[in-house]
Design a protein around this ligand. Sequence first.
Ligand code: ADP
Ligand code: MG
Length: 278
Amino acid sequence: MESVLERAPGAGASAAGGPPPRIELRDVSLRYFTHEGETQALDRISLTVAAGEFVSLIGQSGCGKSTLLSIIAGILPPSSGTVRVDGKPVTGPSPRVGYMLQQDYLFEWRTILDNAVLGAQIQRQDMKRARERAAHLLHKCGMGDFLHHYPRQLSGGMRQRVALARTLVTDPDVVLLDEPFSALDSQTRLAIADEVVAVLREEGKSVVLVTHDIGEAIAMTDRVVVLSRRPGRIKSEHLMRFPSYGPGRPSPFEARSLPEFNSYFATLWDEIDVHVEG
Ligand code: ADP
Ligand code: MG
């Protein structure tokens, strides 16, 4: 039987003369220094993400996934190697790159709308426009009836929708998601994954999703990158294609019922080399 798994072409430069990739990491290594000593978290990671592409990073806990996102976000400078967004070296946090974390960090004393405009406020953007855009995004995320509610009045899934709207208010080209659904129950996760992907696709974002959930990676993204145990290296990359769906792209929920899903799951399960340590 022919494998449905395709190896993605390795990271590399864009075609000569074409636009640079949205994100480009070249030989990125990172060492953490603490009193206990030195930890090599990442070892020569080279990865490109095209405009509009959704890529997921999977690998065991501690393999450097969050570290890699912080480097792309410009929060953590790499020990060596280069990071570029749209061909420009990343030297610090940028409004072009939005970062959404596992914890929603909503301010309890601010309404949903006021939480959603926070990033725009910090960036001193025109607040009238920011509020309009925030309201529009909250509507798209299914939160239109809750603009003047407070975070404590919302469920976990609703709070994550608000966090997504807040990330998108400043209209970043790149959205980084670090295990955004891990605090949610499994049914909410399935529902919110569909909505989040729909909004991000509509907005034309490039996405890097960190997850330890293989199914989420397969269902939500175009390419899955497997990192090895520490120090994180790229072990393999896999394109997620669902030819049995026909033309177009299945939603994450639809993807889960397709035969390709099970096949990718089996392959990635082996790749990720899960075993419980004693
Ligand atoms: P993941 O997100 O894949 O679980 P992380 O990127 O959080 O992994 O961490 C990678 C490795 O680097 C881990 O071994 C972790 O303990 C270590 N590490 C992460 N942050 C720091 C830090 N601020 N100082 C020292 N070591 C760290
Ligand atoms: Mg992490």
